[in-house]
Design a binder for this molecule. Structure first.
Ligand SMILES: Nc1ncnc2c1ncn2[C@@H]1O[C@H](COP(=O)(O)OP(=O)(O)O)[C@@H](O)[C@H]1O
Ligand SMILES: [Mg+2]
Length: 251
């Protein structure tokens, strides 16, 4: 069995009276590409915040590379090989694409090296993401699709073992989504990473991941083969109920 990189146990997050994440377990091993889906407000981003140390869970445990990091700061999670993107891309708009990636690399300079040497320089990372020809262009001048790829490049600079992607396909055209998904698989293969990919647009993600977990009102209601999960009545119900949306259970 490939090495266990990340294990979330009973992760629970409460904001006042609202349970945003309700005792979620998730295990991710080296080389896996796992999707996390769920209607808006299901708790996906909040769960990611706990996986990356941005937010300490109210209860539950986060084990990264065999170490219990529950309650530790985000930089400790990064030191243990967790990198992420944010739902709203955080590129430096006035800096060139290459300098954005260089920033990611320098920021990670103090960190342990996980990725192969091929990812030690910005040019290699930009090439992997198909951004080689826009290296000199200020990030703010790139298309939204390319800005999202660039943000993945910045995260790769941190030499992660686990890459967390939060809705990187949101707002992209069909063609861009396909291209982005193929690149995510390639990054996973070539950088030897585990990738956890959140997406609200279910159909897109289902075609590309090998396993998918479904969150609904904070709780995990399914986890497994995408084709089976897509037919799971509880999953269908969760998405059908989305139209009426917005209801949350109170603590
Ligand atoms: N900092 C916060 N304070 C209070 N409520 C929050 C906060 N962040 C998220 N929430 C609420 O938690 C729930 C889950 O949000 P979120 O994790 O962003 O869901 P998703 O990413 O699946 O759309 C939502 O009801 C949201 O309004
Ligand atoms: Mg979200």
């Amino acid at each position: 069995m490939p090495e266990m990189l990340l294990r979330a146990r009973g992760v629970y997050v409460r904001f006042g009276g609202l349970v945003a994440v309700d005792r979620v377990d998730l295990e991710v091993r080296a080389g896996e590409l796992v999707g996390v889906i769920g209607p808006n407000g299901a708790g996906k981003t909040t769960f990611f915040h706990t996986l990356s140390g941005v937010l300490a869970p109210t209860a539950g445990q986060l084990i990264v590379g065999g170490e219990d990091l529950t309650g530790h700061a985000a930089h400790e999670f990064a030191n243990h090989g967790v990198a992420r993107t944010f739902q709203t891309p955080r590129v430096f708009r006035d800096m060139s694409a290459e300098d954005n990636v260089r920033f990611g690399l320098e920021f990670a300079g103090r960190r342990r090296k996980h990725a192969r040497d091929a990812f030690d320089n910005p040019a290699a990372i930009l090439d992997l993401l198909g951004l080689g020809d826009v290296a000199a262009i200020p990030a703010g001048g790139l298309t939204p699709a390319k800005q999202r790829l660039l943000e993945i490049g910045m995260a790769l600079g941190a030499r992660p073992r686990v890459l967390l992607l939060d809705e990187v396909a949101a707002g992209l055209t069909h063609a861009e989504v396909d291209a982005t998904a193929q690149l995510i698989r390639r990054v996973r293969d070539e950088a030897g990473l585990a990738v956890i990919w959140i997406e609200h647009a279910v159909r897109v993600l289902m075609n590309y991941v090998e396993r998918v977990a479904v969150l609904h009102q904070g709780a995990k209601i399914a986890d497994g083969d995408p084709r089976k999960v897509a037919r799971d009545p509880a999953v269908v119900e969760a998405y059908l109920g989305e139209e009426g949306g917005g209801e949350r259970k109170a603590a």
